[in-house]
Design a protein around this ligand. Structure first.
Ligand SMILES: *Cc1c(COP(=O)(O)O)cnc(C)c1O
Length: 368
């Protein structure tokens, strides 16, 4: 049995007629940049996120960058984020001219350790960028309290967390901006690159929209320099078609995660833990194996036709890109440890109980 990490073909097959019709519509109306399909997706996604405004952009990295720029983050500022994420998170911070300040992770949730956050705050700190990694919300309550106390902005990286909830509220309602990626493999994926930021603040929304479109006020009239980062009409129409299915897909991911938990109950791996009163959306299903055994695990699964991944094998502070920060292994011990032990198992809505049982049985066979 061959089981990929994510199966985009199975999803397309299940909604082929809707996607094909949506694409045909956009092409026949040549609504490629801006236009009604983009506007319709933006209002649908804002509503889905529980906030007033959505701005579609070229990708999730740009969404983070533009959100930070809109809030005035730049040279001389510091922005705090988490040691375990994709480089896009820290890249967007650095791109503004600000300095990225990493924080270690909570070893249970793999999200930012909020207990270490206050120590990272200085007079230069301007914003916190929590990442809702693997689809589990970061612990937003203490983050919001600290942000309020120190007058900091909060920009959520929800590239892996479309539809996640924290204490009964959509995560987008708990930050100044929340940024999404529609990279094809994300929980809501386009057929190419795409991204969006959402906010409840109308002034920030207007400014971010201008920034993403060359600082444009009217055609050929520009108030400031921005960038060209737009969500295409084609991608917007595809995303609108898929948004109708997102809740049902998320429920399937959650069901699959609980099936994994059940089937792996007696296996020698640590399964993911959900914090209380949240809705995790399982972009990834990440287990932990003993240090030094990961490669063997992955090979054992591969030999049985099961694809796996590692998100991420090198924590951000230890990437060559951040050598200049001069961090040592003692700075982020939990992120370092996790980066050597985590394995992502196949996770997508169409994955079925039989496949999960098979994966768990293969894992169970692997005795150390
Ligand atoms: C995918 C991802 C991004 C970047 O999104 P792109 O659309 O690929 O630019 C940012 N942060 C995290 C955590 C991601 O997983």
């Amino acid at each position: 049995m061959n089981i990929p990490l994510v199966d985009l073909k199975a999803q397309y097959q299940s909604i082929k007629s809707e996607i094909d019709a949506a694409m045909q519509d956009v092409i026949s109306k040549t609504a490629f940049i801006g236009g009604p399909y983009l506007a319709s997706f933006e209002s649908g996604f804002a509503e889905f996120c529980g906030v007033g405004h959505c701005i579609g952009v070229g990708n999730g990295t740009d969404a983070l960058f533009i959100a930070l720029k809109t809030l005035g983050v730049g040279i001389g500022d510091e922005v705090i984020t988490v040691a375990n994420s994709f480089i896009a998170t820290s890249e967007a911070i650095t791109q503004t001219g600000a300095k990225v300040v990493f924080t270690d992770i909570d070893p249970v949730t793999y999200n930012i350790d909020v207990n270490q956050l206050e120590n990272k705050i200085t007079a230069k700190t301007k914003a916190i960028v929590p990442v809702h990694l693997y689809g589990q919300p970061a612990d937003m309550e203490p983050i919001r309290v600290l942000a309020k106390m120190h007058n900091l902005y909060v920009v959520g990286d929800a590239a892996q967390a479309h539809g996640a909830m924290y204490h009964g509220k959509p995560i987008s309602t708990l930050a100044d901006f929340t940024c999404y990626s529609f990279y094809p493999g994300k929980n809501l994926g386009a057929y190419g690159d795409g991204g969006a930021m959402v906010t409840d603040n109308p002034e920030w929304a207007a400014k971010a929209r201008m920034f993403a479109n060359h600082g444009r006020a009217k055609k050929y009239d520009h108030d400031f320099e921005g960038v060209n980062s737009r969500l295409d009409g084609l991608q917007a129409a595809i995303l609108s078609a898929k948004l109708n299915h997102l809740d049902e897909w998320t429920e399937a991911r959650r069901r699959n995660a609980y099936l994994y938990n059940e089937f792996l109950k007696n296996a020698a791996v640590i399964t993911p833990k959900e914090m209380e009163d949240i809705r995790a959306v399982y972009h990834l299903y990440v287990v932990r194996v003993r240090d030094g055994h990961r490669e063997k695990y992955q090979e054992h699964l591969k030999a049985a036709g099961i694809s796996t991944g590692v998100h991420y094998p090198i924590s951000l502070p230890y990437l060559n890109a951040y050598n200049y920060l001069g961090h040592t292994e003692n700075d982020f011990p939990e992120a370092l440890k996790a980066s050597r032990e985590i394995v992502s198992l196949p996770m997508f809505a169409e994955l079925n109980a039989g496949q999960i049982e098979y994966i768990a049985s293969i894992i169970g066979q692997f005795e150390m």
